[in-house]
Design a protein around this ligand. Structure first.
Ligand code: DC
Length: 209
């Protein structure tokens, strides 16, 4: 069984993807981490993520980079979003994601284009979202908890910028697949969001359409 979980930044899609994977005993891939590694490696190379050649050169990042805590930084998310605009970068990361999705037994993947490009044949697709203000509140609280000094307004502005870039790019933009369940978890507890997602996947498995 392949489960595709897409959605904008700070929507909680990663938490939901991991919970689905745990529940059904499937491996999970956070595809954003691959783009984060490219963005971060571009910076390590003193390159510019807006430059397609620089970003492409960073696609052969070492696997060990995927465990670097710096990939989780908000600033790395912006580098990733910029690097991910280039079709050559998306093409370089494509097969790795497709292979993960199609492994025997299935998998859960979360990202922006899983249900539309990477695994359009997924058995269950979710599009997880929340209002920009709610996502900014969550991201701000999480950063504050890590001791990062940043204003709510700055986080909200970054979320708006990322949404615009991720949905506005020409190649594989952030888009809800026609057959994806829309899960807007604004005002929902984390547990309720997870329960709704698992119930949906469960129903899909028992009654595939
Ligand atoms: O999910 P995330 O915030 O870790 O992703 C970081 C950036 O990577 C995101 O702003 C856009 C890009 N990305 C993408 O283009 N396609 C994906 N499948 C996953 C992430």
């Amino acid at each position: 069984m392949i489960v595709a979980v897409d959605g904008p930044t700070a929507s909680g899609k990663g938490t939901i993807a991991r919970a689905i994977a745990d529940h059904f005993g499937l491996p999970v891939l956070d595809t954003g981490l691959l783009y984060r590694a490219v963005g971060y490696q571009t910076q390590l190379n003193h390159g510019d993520p807006d430059n397609a050649a620089d970003a492409l050169a960073a696609c052969d990042f070492p696997d060990s980079l995927l465990g670097d805590p710096a990939l989780r930084y908000e600033s790395t998310g912006s580098l990733a979003s910029r690097a991910s605009v280039h079709p050559a970068v998306r093409a370089a990361l494509f097969q790795r994601q497709v292979d993960f999705a199609n492994q025997p037994g299935g998998a859960v993947l979360d990202g922006r284009d899983i249900g539309t490009v990477i695994a359009p044949h997924a058995d269950a697709k979710l599009f997880v979202t929340a209002s920009a203000e709610e996502r900014a509140r969550r991201r701000h609280a999480e950063m504050h908890g890590r001791g990062v000094e940043v204003s709510y307004e700055a986080v909200l502005a970054d979320i708006h910028a990322r949404d615009a870039r991720d949905t506005g790019r020409a190649d594989a933009p952030l888009l809800r697949a026609d057959d994806a369940m829309l899960l807007d978890n604004s005002g929902m507890s984390v547990a309720d969001g997870i329960a709704a997602a698992i119930a949906f996947v469960d129903e899909k498995v028992r009654r595939p359409s």
